[in-house]
Design a binder for this molecule. Sequence first.
Ligand code: COA
Length: 416
Amino acid sequence: MTKPLEGIKIIDFTHVQAGPACTQLLAWFGADVIKVERPGSGDVTRNQLRDIPDADALYFTMLNSNKKSLTLDTKKPEGKEVLEKLIRESDVLVENFGPGALDRMGFSWERLNELNPKMIVASVKGFSDGHHYDDLKVYENVAQCAGGAASTTGFWDGPPTISAAALGDSNTGMHLAIGILTALIGRDKTGKGQKVAVSMQDSVLNLCRVKLRDQQRLDRVGYLEEYPQYPHGEFSDVVPRGGNAGGGGQPGWVLKCKGWETDPNAYIYFTIQGHAWEPICKALGRPEWIDDPAYKTAEARQPHIFEIFGVIEAWLADKTKFEAVDILRKFDIPCAPVLTMKELANDPSLRASGTIVEVPHKKRGSYLTVGSPIKFSDMKPEVTASPLLGEHTDEVLASLGYSRQDIFNLHEIKAV
Ligand code: COA
């Protein structure tokens, strides 16, 4: 099957998570992604949190599938020469080094554009160019704090809280992938490459859009009626942490199910969507609430929403999270069990759809990873193993026109 990005050559100068998540996605869709790594060590995640001695860590294998690995010391003249050749025939270069690292290596945007005016140069940084923090190195949790996620996540009586979801890393990589694809379409029209830059702060903030909405509502009216602080608690002048409250017009909460005393994940998320009020009352065996003025509208329910959640929890007490959802789904109530990583790893639907895939690996045996969350009618992205360090060095050098002797010499002088 021909993949849409076949023929697009990408120099993958990325490490850790934000950049690798972007290039992995493009590789799944057919791009030829060549990961350039420092000889001897490579991407730092190859060694981080290893569970099998001498085998690449899962952190690396789960973010670098479908790629090639070229080891190249790009600070040495011989390495720079190889990189220049690669740049001349590539479509995209993606990097997420610390601020200024690529310039220090001698590959500023101007130089890259001179070497290959058609090439798209895509970068992830912690903060955008010109930002007063643009010299900072940034990791996931730093970005969640800088982008507004931490101040609005967690409970009102606890500290700012980090989400387990990689809002700073993988999310930024996804934004970058959209930018790269857009620039590729732009290049088809203009014939020119361009610089695509995404900051982790901006990407987190983009996902916190509704919290900026809430700040402006709070500034205007002084309260936020869908937050648990309303109407009995206090609001300050900043958007508070709302615990597990649902946003918009759908109050919701994480509710206990049978077994919660011993199982920390025996919960469901329950949403009281306005038009589902009647089915909810029926499902709970409380038909009298349907027309009761104290319960009939969202506005009337809000002052005693936790009393309502308490009644729902009493109804859930003899049902497992799966049994509860099986009943509630018949009433068209938006809800889901709180699923653990173990449950997700073994979920037959996720296996069948290719969202959880098992990948054979030369050194590890097989490992589980998350496959493409994007599904196409004409393509099923196949996930292949991440490369061993330098696995494709000779192949890539040969494709650049180096002879066997040249390749031998390059290895000898440790440029690769
Ligand atoms: N050959 C020779 N040198 C190489 C090389 C290669 N193949 N690949 C990288 N290097 C060098 C770089 O030139 C740079 O050297 P310099 O600092 O002397 O100029 C160095 O390795 C990499 O530096 P840096 O990227 O700053 O690594 P770090 O481990 O100190 O910092 C981050 C890691 C992630 C904090 C930093 O890269 C960063 O802030 N990146 C931008 C935001 C980001 O993506 N964050 C992480 C998201 S998961």
